[in-house]
Design a protein around this ligand. Structure first.
Ligand SMILES: N[C@@H](CCC(=O)N[C@@H](CS)C(=O)NCC(=O)O)C(=O)O
Length: 291
């Protein structure tokens, strides 16, 4: 069976999960433990980032390479059109989603985490800032275990996507490299234009390029995850985060067409993974089995 080495909260991993689900390919998720698990990943794949796909003896690194591999090896339910124009549009949109939307969405989310107590509460609904700090201080102890890894999903999430834990982000007010207020504002402005453009494309079309979903749709839907976490049960994010996102973008009626399109894509093309329990709502330690 295909194996996907991933972080549940990684938007690049989400892109691959979307494609696997759409193509109807059964796969097993292997949740990589931040830090120590990435050492094993490095041994296996020669690098430390997720997603990595293992297909028998083949190891494929990088979400785009995985998409191209899956399209070639499992051509049923194609996601990359053959005709020149839609093919070009698909590849360009995918590249734009990966290199622009995904990175700016991450910046905007960190900005909102620092600036908006309500959004912050969605990550840690039952914690005061004091408790949050002690949770973070405890983390190194918690993540060292034998056999079962004990991890705190939300702190790990931040550590992975920004290289900082929530405590760092809060105590230095978002000045972690690349997440200062000017960078956040620029990212928000750009994302506003992106969401407007996408909403315009989707006003009277069900998909971005073709009359069926393509790699462009899956990349844009997945890489916009941090702008607004999908409410869909298919994604194992803390319940309190579902449907929540960056204020000014996630709740702006101007982009309703886009978010409605994304909800429909989730409803129709992502599958519920019943094998993984949802992460804890309060960031308390959670056992993750590593095979
Ligand atoms: N270009 C890569 C980007 C992958 C990536 O940035 N992965 C992040 C998670 S979203 C990661 O593994 N971060 C951990 C690290 O860099 O150590 C792709 O498309 O797969």
């Amino acid at each position: 069976m295909l194996e996907l080495y991933q972080f549940e909260l990684s938007h690049y991993s989400e892109k691959v999960r979307f494609i696997l689900d759409y193509k109807g390919l059964p796969y097993r998720k292997v949740e990589v433990t931040p830090g120590i698990g990435q050492i094993d990943l490095f041994r296996m794949s020669g690098q430390r980032q997720v997603p990595v796909l293992k297909d028998e003896n083949e190891i494929i690194v990088d979400s785009t390479a995985i998409a191209l591999y899956l399209e070639e090896k499992y051509p049923e339910k194609p996601i990359i059109p053959v005709d020149p124009l839609p093919r070009a549009q698909t590849l360009i949109l995918e590249e734009w989603a990966d290199t622009s939307i995904g990175l700016k969405a991450r910046t905007a989310m960190i900005g909102a985490f620092n600036q908006d107590p309500e959004f912050r509460k969605a990550f840690f609904p039952n914690r005061t800032p004091q408790q949050l700090q002690s949770l973070v201080d405890e983390l190194p102890e918690n993540v060292r275990g034998v056999g079962n890894m004990v991890a705190s999903s939300v702190p790990s999430f931040f550590k992975n996507i920004v290289g900082a834990v929530p405590g760092d982000l809060l105590s230095i007010g978002g000045t972690v490299a690349g997440f200062g207020s000017e960078a956040v504002k620029a990212a928000m402005d750009d994302l506003g234009r992106d969401l407007e453009a996408l909403s315009l494309i989707l006003v009277d079309k069900p998909f971005l390029v073709a009359d069926h979903p393509t790699l462009a749709d899956f990349a844009v839907a997945a890489l916009s995850m941090y702008i607004k976490f999908p409410a869909s049960p298919t994604l194992n994010v803390p319940l309190s985060l579902k449907g929540k996102g960056v204020p000014g973008l996630a709740d702006n009626p101007k982009y309703e067409t886009f978010f409605q399109w994304r909800d429909d894509l989730y409803l129709n093309h992502r599958k519920i993974d019943e094998t993984v329990p949802p992460p804890p709502v309060d960031g308390s330690p959670q056992k993750i089995s590593i095979d």
